[in-house]
Write a protein that binds this ligand. Sequence first.
Ligand SMILES: Nc1nc2c(c(=O)[nH]1)N[C@H]1C(S)=C(S)[C@@H](COP(=O)(O)OP(=O)(O)OC[C@H]3O[C@@H](n4cnc5c(=O)[nH]c(N)nc54)[C@H](O)[C@@H]3O)O[C@H]1N2
Ligand SMILES: Nc1nc2c(c(=O)[nH]1)N[C@H]1C(S)=C(S)[C@@H](COP(=O)(O)OP(=O)(O)OC[C@H]3O[C@@H](n4cnc5c(=O)[nH]c(N)nc54)[C@H](O)[C@@H]3O)O[C@H]1N2
Ligand code: SF4
Ligand SMILES: [Mo]
Length: 734
Amino acid sequence: MLFGRSQKNPIKIADKQVTEWKYATCGYCSTGCAMEIGLDQEGKPVSSRGVGGADVNRGKLCLKGIMEHELFASAGRGDKPLLRDRIDQPMVAASWDSALDKVADQIKTVQQKYGRDAMAIVSTGQMLTEEFYTLGKLARGLIGSNNYDGNTTLCMASAVSGYKRSFGSDGPPGCYADFDHTDCLLAWGSNLPEQHPVIYWRLKEAQEKRQFPLIVVDPRVTMLAQNADTHLAITPGTDIVLQNALMHVILNEGLEDRDYIDKNTNGIEALKAEVDKYDPTTAAGICGIDEDTIRVVARLYARAKASMQIWTMGINQSTHGSDGVVGINNLALITGNIGKPGGTSLSITGQCNAMGTREWSSCSGLPNHRYLENAQHRQEIAEFWNIDENFLPTQRGLAQTDIFRAIETGEIKGLWLIATNPLTSMPNTARIRKAMQKLDFCVVQDCYADTESADYAHVFLPAGTWAEKEGVMTNTERRVNMVTPVIKPYGDAKPDLWIFNQLAKRFNTHGKVKFPASAGAVFEEMKLLSKGRLCDISGMTHELIEKSRGIQWPYTQEQVESGEAPLAGGVRLYTEAVSFCYADGKAKLIPLPFINNNEIPDEKFPIWLNTGRLVEHFHTRTKTGKVGNNNKFSPIPFIEINPDAAIELNVKDGDYVRLVSRRSDAVVMAKYTQRVAKNAVFLPFHFHDCANRLTLGLLDPYSRQPAYKQQAVRIEPMVDQQAAAKLSMEMRKF
Ligand SMILES: Nc1nc2c(c(=O)[nH]1)N[C@H]1C(S)=C(S)[C@@H](COP(=O)(O)OP(=O)(O)OC[C@H]3O[C@@H](n4cnc5c(=O)[nH]c(N)nc54)[C@H](O)[C@@H]3O)O[C@H]1N2
Ligand SMILES: Nc1nc2c(c(=O)[nH]1)N[C@H]1C(S)=C(S)[C@@H](COP(=O)(O)OP(=O)(O)OC[C@H]3O[C@@H](n4cnc5c(=O)[nH]c(N)nc54)[C@H](O)[C@@H]3O)O[C@H]1N2
Ligand code: SF4
Ligand SMILES: [Mo]
């Protein structure tokens, strides 16, 4: 039999007639792939390609990046400002001036009536860094609401909090090049091949050359787990038990790095006393990993010359999220695996510029990792911005998740959402919907007008997106890279930076605070504020960043002037002895007692519900839901279900089922796979009125991040499959 197309003419790919390529950094995930967008003769974006000379991706892109040029003119883009007085009225088109006037007036009204903090601002990890910095100046310096935070609370907050607790500062210490030096890689709750495909490619390439062991901790057989040497299918929410048990073995078998511990850390005695309670036999009973495997993994990790850990949402999105990060850092510190090639604890970040917002947005503090709680930091920033120091609060306000609770209680009356879609992304949709209905005033600033959250807006501000704008983004490995304006914003949409600057004029009536108009000028201002700090970018310029295809911070002016600047910037942090950010330069070892406080399956709700992502979709599908070749892969919501469980329930592969939690229900298709255990299902969270109708969202006490990955549901078969299919379709907006 003949396979292939030998009897036919070869496939011809139509020439896209690209006449110019323009530089950008991908606007989806935090890998930070350098890319170029091809424009045809009319200046229309027609193609995307990876940049060969870029250190991150070396010419590669994944299936989201490769189709990213299709976004600019995709369905649902906002093309003009929209207004209404009440949310049960239709929106009407308005001029920019009247929309911005209304936003400024309403913010002032809410603040006068209910107090400054009654106006909350919720931002994102998906704007450019210059925009983050400018919004921070406006929010903290002029509007003066302390209830200003970002969707990063749903995402990176546990990592930030864990880094701060262990090392005294935020800032991932490692880089992708660590894969080329490591002798052992331990990955916690991270599915690189689907969520960071190009980081995975870097890992795979390194592994093929040097054959180091890959150990994956994940309750589900993810694509990364399928490629692992050892897969530890952990009981959901028990990672710190496993971490404590690994440390138990290491400390009791003398496998720790005593010299490193003595020189660089505080707290080994208290840590040892706690982990002594987690012998492998006891731990196995809680975390579900057998005791011998725990011992083998502990020895592998501790004996390797350089060991690396990475993690993503399987750790962060838990009631023990911050502790899980500290546990990873503890393991790294007791074995001396920080700041050396291949020895690191690297948080894989999420959104394209999750790092930029951590560094510069002032969301939970002040620019460049400064704290509101620190008097000197407040003084420095007040002086630099030319505002009264007493205008700044002395303690951070509410985190994003607490802001929605304060709307419920009436403490917050106004909400400005910027590049985030909480109606789909927050846990317990019904509760969020009710909260949104309580607001006196809501403004949504988004590049799409058809988001579920825009349904609750009094004003909609259409923003330019990604490469319709100019500025920088920082990726997982602290690499700052450029986005250049490839095309002008869609319709009458405007860059977020322009919107912030126009609003600033309406609050800055005496012109005391300077708001530079161009991204380049904003960047120059940020450089001044970064000098001498951990995140020093004073040696960078937009031009140099583009020429280098991205530069890692720290990258100082002194290094550049003395000719000592490494080409790619600061590859690793904490490379010197006692260089941590606590006053004595030492890192903290912190004991982590385990308290099981998750919603655990029981008789009524016997199945673990795990939620997460698919390679073809991004978040709430405002973007990938509109790109044919992304949406086609999974246009409808589904669960992964173990065939043994399905057969017992009389559910066939492809049947629609009803998932019921203590919050609500959702109708989804059942897909058979042995990737999930018999007592668990996996549900992608990308679809509106689906996964997050069911989630509980208990919060981590330190980071206030929701536990999206652990909750209990039951599965109900549905008799009328046609009606079920219709229901499932109707639940989605697009
Ligand atoms: N294609 C695509 N890529 C993306 C995104 C996207 O939406 N689509 N989003 C980006 C963003 S913002 C983020 S934050 C990242 C997220 O990237 P990842 O965190 O890699 O993705 P998730 O699917 O959310 O969750 C990762 C894994 O956590 C596991 N997990 C669940 N419970 C536990 C547990 O108790 N312990 C452990 N150890 N693991 C557990 C899940 O089974 C899942 O496989 O992806 C980024 N990249
Ligand atoms: N059940 C469950 N829920 C989850 C998760 C999970 O794993 N499970 N993961 C959580 C995580 S890690 C994250 S990061 C969140 C993401 O949650 P969200 O941030 O709410 O989701 P997005 O769809 O990314 O929303 C971003 C919005 O910004 C808009 N946008 C994009 N670019 C621009 C721009 O340049 N300017 C402006 N103004 N708008 C822009 C998009 O159109 C979109 O509406 O979801 C969280 N929710
Ligand atoms: S791996 Fe991430 S940054 Fe790279 S092309 Fe894919 S979505 Fe974009
Ligand atoms: Mo995220």
